[in-house]
Design a protein around this ligand. Structure first.
Ligand code: SF4
Ligand code: FES
Length: 250
């Protein structure tokens, strides 16, 4: 496949940025999108120029690093997959592909396609954990029976990889799908119960502090989420937050 790539180049948060055009040739339809980006960068390096900066780590849909907007969609045109799981056979020979970074004030561009998503880390630090010291005292998992339905829902919420596609897709740059997945994962399990109130209050407070927008129930986040995290979690977060606001001492 021969392709024209329009890639966003931006040298830091204060640079205005621009789309630059590149031609890539003989791309195999079986390559992943990131392998195609590697070919592009090899070509740029051989020309003695600055390669395109993009995030990646696991390249198997687990780490959530490979965040790019491809032809106007977070993680590209596929559903339920990350950019690293997208294959070039999704495109046609001769296509022009637009590749841009996440665009949200809370995710400033570091360089080209790489954005700073440490706001998510700070939200987790505000309460997305269980404070139990289990060292040397680990319980058998079966000692704590959990209804199958709750376990399944908690597991589904726990599949969120923190990629930020929900924020990048949302017209309000809301982080509600991410925060709701992290709150739900623990709210559904007995282990998460003791810190349930402070968790909901602190994580939402940090989310607002980071400058994410409000949720207006559009649902675009659910459509573009590579892990298909359900909007049902946002409803649960709203209930958790309301419950915590009414009874902050419980
Ligand atoms: S909810 Fe989905 S889109 Fe948002 S951070 Fe988690 S995995 Fe990514
Ligand atoms: S590189 Fe880890 S999810 Fe894509």
């Amino acid at each position: 496949m021969n392709l024209t790539l329009k890639v966003w180049r931006q040298n830091g948060a204060n640079d205005k940025g621009r789309l630059e055009s590149y031609q890539v040739k003989d791309i195999s339809p079986d390559m992943s999108f990131l392998e195609m980006m590697d070919v592009l960068n090899d070509q740029i390096i051989v020309e003695g120029k600055d390669p395109v900066a993009f995030d990646h780590d696991c390249r198997e849909g687990i780490c959530g690093s490979c965040s790019m907007f491809i032809n106007g969609e977070a993680h590209g045109p596929g559903r339920g997959i990350t950019t690293c799981q997208l294959h070039m056979r999704t495109f046609n020979d001769g296509d022009t592909i637009y590749i841009e970074p996440w665009r949200a004030a809370a995710f400033p561009v570091i360089k080209d396609l790489v954005t700073d998503r440490s706001a998510f880390d700070r939200i987790i630090q505000a309460g997305g954990y269980v404070s139990v010291n289990t060292s040397g005292n680990t319980q058998d998992a079966n000692a704590l029976p959990i209804p199958k339905d709750d376990a399944d829902k908690a597991f589904d919420a726990a599949t969120c990889i923190g990629c930020g596609a929900c924020v990048a897709t949302c017209k309000n740059s809301s982080a509600m799908l991410f925060v709701s997945a992290k709150v739900s994962q623990l709210a559904l399990l007995p282990q998460g119960d003791p810190e349930r109130t402070t968790r909901a209050l602190h994580m939402v407070e940090q989310m607002d502090k980071e400058g994410f927008g409000n949720c207006t129930n559009t649902g675009a986040c659910e459509v573009e989420c590579p892990k298909e995290i359900s909007l049902e979690n946002i409803a649960r977060l709203n209930r958790e937050y309301l419950r915590a606001s009414v009874n902050p001492d419980k």
